[in-house]
Design a protein around this ligand. Sequence first.
Ligand code: GLA
Length: 406
Amino acid sequence: MRKLWATALAAVLSVAPFAVAPTAAAPVPTPTPAPAAAPAGAALALTPPMGWNDWNAFRCEVGEQLVERTVDTIVATGLKAAGYEYVNIDDCWMTHERSPDGHLVPDPVKFPHGIAGVADYVHARGLKLGIYESAGVETCAHYPGSLGHEQQDADSFASWGVDYLKYDSCPGNQPTPARERYRTMGDALARTGRPIVYSLCNWGEQDVADWGAEIGQLWRTTDDIRPTYSRMLEIFHVNVQLADRARPGAWNDPDALEVGNGMTADEDRAHFSLWAAMAAPLLAGTDLTRATPGTMAILGNTDVIAVDQDPLGKQGRPVTMANGLDVLAKPLADGSVAVTLFNENAERAVISTTAYAVGLPAADHYVLRDLWEHTTGETTDAIAAEVPAHGAVMYRITAAGSGPNR
Ligand code: GLA
């Protein structure tokens, strides 16, 4: 599977440095039926959701063609095979007024075939569609919010074939507590009978990490990300402390990825490593139709994705975080441990730890798989690497041999 993906990616990248997707009108070679959504009541998001969200790269410039070209790219480049599944429309998809009978209306210029038309396109290619609304009278970009219209809007989403709702918290200073407003929409979604992943976008406010899992499958832990190393670092520092809240079906959300949006290659690799180590949703936030081979190689690193998607569903914990030299350990279902060595500083540094410190069982020796270099090494206990400035090294470490060495 991994080899196939690597081959597919290499093929795409060797032909076109900027992967060119078929146009929206291109026929699908082998039409696939709309994926039967999981039966109502089935557990959702047992691993962190993966996919794409338009906001970081496009803000309000969203529309049917962008979504469909992105879908084509996700399929053609192998990102779908690597696990990217949800194609999520963010704010600004609707008109400024509800219909006379109170329904949300997709902007007819941006979405000439409505959201249902886009959903059909997405489903026919084996992917799922996400949408955005807000738990207030208006969205953050001042479109109609869902407060007081929760059931009507949830019914619209379900009837259009929506599979994922990002529910924002604009405008601020609401009279009722967020928990109540989020629960109202969660109950409305449940009553539709359609399994819809429910993403609470409450920016980490009002202790959402304490109650988010009662209501949805993921909750934002901070205010918005930006495509800078310093902002990515701030968010990491908050989110990494919330490891005990994450479990299958309940994830801390440090926001969509900024990979490909202006950080250096080392910073982008560190960003992707940290999000995977924290079992965060992996929602690409760049223009995939113009992504460079370097960006595609980061987003498509199936060794790192496997850490994020590990079925044990543990968020990596800090082992040490001192002087900007961080070690994170994420236990994996097969007994191995993903170890991330992250250098926050602006100079190269050696970061070291031990198999014991990261929670590996006593063993004769350990096999280290370098998840960026795709090489394998061995150690008897010490784990160390020279890590570039603002960079990360990531290993998957397995105990091997018989007999303890300590
Ligand atoms: C808020 C959210 C962002 C994005 C915008 C859209 O800022 O936190 O992720 O959805 O609203 O207006």
